[in-house]
Design a protein around this ligand. Structure first.
Ligand code: ADP
Ligand code: 5GP
Length: 217
């Protein structure tokens, strides 16, 4: 009996550390797959099409939405972002867990979708706004104007923290990663996520009964 794969949604204001945490979780557990979103934003240096994102034109993106190929989609920082639906549905049915790095709008849409019962959502908060800005600068991938835009958006993103199942303040990376692993292990251990236990416990009962019979004989 195969359990369904989890949809592990990570959201945070930009710069709080969710991509770094997602990369670390995948290095820890190589069965986790990353949901590669489609976006109309241009690639940053080092980003590859089909790895970090599927980089698409506005027209291509709109065609995917019109064709009902997106599980969710939203406009973030003036660009469109969306989650292709087919790979997520396939992974859930095959029992493979998927990690999502998406904003609160995407989190809300997936929680309201047919896949809602498979969702585990985690919101990552920065230790302070000054540290959030420092991390955006440290990443050194965006212009001053883009960084200012992300900072302006952070308050709005943070206002959605209470909609998530779990909330972590990302002070120390190792510590936050350890807490994320604990969440994942806890969610995987839930009774309703382990359908194979029916057969397993039937086996335990059969063993118990066989031993009882042996004792009586
Ligand atoms: P996000 O995906 O949320 O936009 P990133 O994962 O790109 O954020 O992190 C932004 C920057 O902050 C990166 O340079 C990353 O190495 C750094 N960072 C992430 N978490 C921490 C942490 N706990 N302490 C210090 N730096 C961090
Ligand atoms: P970035 O441009 O820094 O890669 O991402 C900007 C924001 O868009 C981040 O908050 C990220 O989580 C969000 N994002 C990335 N992919 C998706 C997606 O498929 N859907 C939604 N709703 N948000 C996304």
């Amino acid at each position: 009996m195969q359990r369904r794969g989890l949809l592990i949604i990570l959201s945070s204001p930009s710069g709080a550390g969710k991509s770094t945490l997602a990369r670390r979780l995948m290095a820890w557990d190589d069965t986790l797959r990353f949901s590669v979103s489609a976006t109309t934003r241009p690639p940053r240096s080092g980003e590859r099409d089909g790895v970090e994102y599927f980089f698409r034109s506005r027209a291509e993106f709109e065609a995917m939405v019109a064709g009902d190929e997106m599980l969710e989609h939203a406009e973030v920082f003036g660009n469109f972002y969306g989650t292709p639906k087919a790979p997520v549905e396939a992974a859930a049915a095959e029992g493979r867990d998927t990690l999502f790095d998406i904003d609160w709008q995407g989190g809300q849409q997936i929680r309201r979708s047919a896949l809602a019962k498979d969702v585990v959502s985690v919101f990552i908060l920065p230790p302070s706004i000054a540290e959030l800005e420092a991390r955006l600068r440290k990443r050194a991938q965006d212009s001053e104007e883009v960084i200012a835009g992300r900072m302006r958006k952070s308050r709005d993103e943070i206002s959605h923290w209470a909609e998530y199942d779990y909330v972590l303040v990302n002070r120390d990376l190792d510590e936050t990663e350890a807490r994320l692993r604990t969440i994942l292990e806890g969610e995987r251990a839930r009774a309703d996520r382990q359908p194979w236990l029916n057969d397993f416990v039937r086996g335990l009962n059969a063993e118990y009964d066989a031993r009882q019979k042996g004792e009586k004989a």
